[in-house]
Design a protein around this ligand. Structure first.
Ligand SMILES: Cc1cc2nc3c(=O)[nH]c(=O)nc-3n(C[C@H](O)[C@H](O)[C@H](O)COP(=O)(O)OP(=O)(O)OC[C@H]3O[C@@H](n4cnc5c(N)ncnc54)[C@H](O)[C@@H]3O)c2cc1C
Length: 590
């Protein structure tokens, strides 16, 4: 029998950055909030102490902080003609599980997405004409503007202790930062991390070629810092255990050491971990969400939590899955191009090269999640003419590395055997003497890239797995080829002893190799109910008391990492719920 809990004001599914921000903001305003997290409770003190948290086998090789694929995974394929098979081992992307979600083991690199993305279709049509957009590319304007998000970006950067340097402060261009960024009202709360030799080399090479490199902004605190909620950060120790690991020195901005503990101080907030949400329930007329069903994974009990507002914040992919399994909205069909849930799934592309210098020592074991120097000349720079390259989107190019961990990082020159004594010797020779130049590239949505439910495979709760159909399309092949050319140009200008050839991603997407956990689309944002699942307030067009927070609302993917935008959207949505929605509950916010 299902155990029912009395109705609360808000139930939030998932306790990562998005869920944590909403939980903190809404409970603080006096609303009674329940946060449901499928994974376990954890704290920095109990779970991230040294030496345990530096266990590479546990956290890198066995992806100890990621979703447990034995309980829940995805089936994947490149084309609709193929049979999708379950991802049984990570993997292209590694979404988190447990309190704090992926925000616990992210790198921290933080970008502000701008009107270049939010008005993507209008921008390209205006500049290049409608014919420039491939017929099967389903880009659309988002309906939100940078101006609406600016104060919320600012707040998120302060909460997460983002270290960086402004490139456009109130319209004043400053070349030490990103000169192509949109105007920001304030500096970052902390200065950039100390740059490494690899960063310095990249900076010099890029500048000499006329580009505009700058230290990436990242939620790795460059100094001890107290955020506006009174949370104390330690200074980044450059330990190199950032991506895929928790931070023991409270130097990485994570929901686990910021918004979640602040929410937990509120008597109006209740956290329930080990609570795996399986379905959003609706009223008979299907116009309202009434609450969620979840499984208590400790006791095995089926539970129902009633709520006036339901917020999905379970990571983009899981948000989409919950919409599909709950039967909310119309399922997207790539053949008829009807339906919306699952539409516009996108990912990112890239290219990279290793540069080997016999006369340099890089000390790669000293690093941080955002210890890279990056340039935005071929992405946010709208003066960059895409017509000769014939692609939509762009790529950021960076130099440096995030880690030099012994199990994960062993660069060897081309031609080195992949095991045995020759490999060991080469690794010992080059470990200290290698740096990386790489590109992060955008991926535009395509009618044949989408998410739906698999008809064969089920998860541990007996719900169908979500099926991912994805491949890079010619637009992305051209972009990645262009980015590989830039890497080649910058790398060669440094005159390394040896360099690997920067290979563009022009072969089918490979689910087995880690690329990034920047999966977007599935419950997209747009200007009206015929082109989108949510409006610019992340509010469902169908059920006005349902809000969706996560990268599933992005109608396309940028070269930028997603979390800066997620933070801003979460703070903005919380504000809208508190100040507008609560005055007219159940109404569409226009
Ligand atoms: C290794 C790595 C490095 C990254 N580096 C960067 C970076 O440098 N910059 C950047 O911008 N982004 C980065 N990201 C991406 C970033 O972590 C995510 O964009 C961000 O954390 C997503 O926040 P979220 O709140 O949407 O989801 P999450 O943080 O994933 O939180 C979702 C939570 O929901 C829970 N959940 C899921 N399904 C259910 C369910 N059915 N019931 C109950 N709970 C559920 C999950 O367990 C999880 O705790 C990185 C990600 C990874 C994995």
């Amino acid at each position: 029998m299902t155990k029912s809990f009395p109705e609360v004001d808000v139930v939030i599914v998932g306790m990562g950055w998005c869920g944590g921000i909403l939980a903190k903001e809404l409970s603080e305003s006096g609303m009674k909030v329940v946060g449901l997290e499928r994974g376990a409770t954890r704290t920095v003190e109990n779970d991230f102490s040294v030496p345990h948290i530096r266990d590479e086998l546990e956290y890198h090789a066995r992806t100890g902080l990621a979703q447990n694929l034995k309980k829940e995974t995805w089936t994947v394929r490149n084309q609709i003609s193929e049979t999708a098979l379950p991802m049984r081992k990570y993997g292209s992307f590694i979404p988190g599980d447990g309190l704090g979600g992926s925000g616990v083991h992210w790198n921290g690199q933080t970008w502000r997405w701008t009107d270049m993305e939010f008005k993507i279709k209008s921008n390209y049509v205006e500049r290049y004409g409608q014919k420039f957009i491939p017929e099967d590319m389903t880009i659309q304007d988002w309906g939100i503007t940078y101006a609406e998000l600016e104060p919320y970006y600012d707040h998120f950067e302060k909460i997460a202790a983002v270290s960086g340097v402004a490139g456009n402060l109130n319209g004043q261009i400053r070349n030490e930062g990103n000169p192509f960024e949109a105007p920001r009202k304030n500096q970052y709360p902390l200065p950039p991390l100390k740059q490494s030799l690899a960063c310095d080399l990249f900076t010099k090479a890029a500048k000499d070629l006329g580009y505009h490199p700058f230290p990436i902004a990242t939620a790795n605190a460059s100094a001890a810092y107290k955020n506006p909620d009174g949370i104390q950060f330690g200074q980044c120790q450059y330990c190199g255990f950032c991506e895929k690991f928790g931070c023991e020195s409270n130097a990485k901005g994570s929901p686990l050491n910021t918004v979640i503990p602040v929410a937990m101080r509120q008597p109006t907030f209740e956290l329930r971990t080990n609570s795996w949400v399986t379905k959003v329930l609706m009223s008979k007329d299907k116009k309202q969400a009434t609450g969620v069903n979840y499984l208590n994974t400790v006791t095995g009990e089926e539970c129902f939590q009633a709520a006036k507002i339901v917020i999905l914040a379970a990571f983009g992919l899981n948000n989409t899955q919950l919409m599909l399994t709950s039967g909310i909205g119309s399922v997207y069909d790539p053949v008829s191009q009807k339906g919306l849930i699952g539409k516009n799934y996108a990912y990112q592309t890239g290219a990279n090269a290793n540069l080997f210098f016999k006369d340099k020592i890089f000390n790669p074991f000293m690093s941080a999640g955002g210890l890279i120097t990056v340039m935005d000349d071929f992405h946010a720079n709208w003066d960059f003419d895409r017509s000769p390259q014939n692609f939509i989107g762009g790529a950021t190019i960076w130099g440096g590395f995030f880690n030099g961990r012994p199990l994960e990082y062993h660069p060897t020159p081309p031609g080195t055997p992949s095991w045995g004594s020759a490999w060991k010797e080469s690794m010992a020779t080059w470990y200290q003497k290698t740096m990386r130049i790489a590109a992060n590239g955008s991926v535009m949505p395509n009618r044949y890239n989408y998410l739906d439910l698999d008809s064969t495979y089920k998860n541990a709760a007996g719900t169908p797995l979500m099926r991912m159909t994805f491949d890079y399309k010619p637009n992305e092949h051209r972009l990645s080829t262009f980015a590989a050319g830039l890497i080649d140009q910058i790398g060669k200008s440094l005159n390394p002893t040896m360099m690997t050839k920067p290979a563009p991603r022009v072969t089918p997407w490979n689910a087995a190799v880690y690329q990034s956990t920047h999966n977007t689309g599935g419950t997209i944002m747009g200007t009206n109910p015929s082109n989108s699942v949510v409006n610019k307030n992340c509010q469902s067009w169908d059920l006005h008391n349902l809000f969706i927070l996560g990268s599933s609302v992005f109608p396309h993917n940028s070269a930028y990492n997603p979390t800066g935008l997620l933070g801003a959207l979460s703070y903005r949505t919380a504000d809208i719920i508190k100040t507008i929605y609560q005055k007219n509950p159940g109404k569409l916010i226009t």
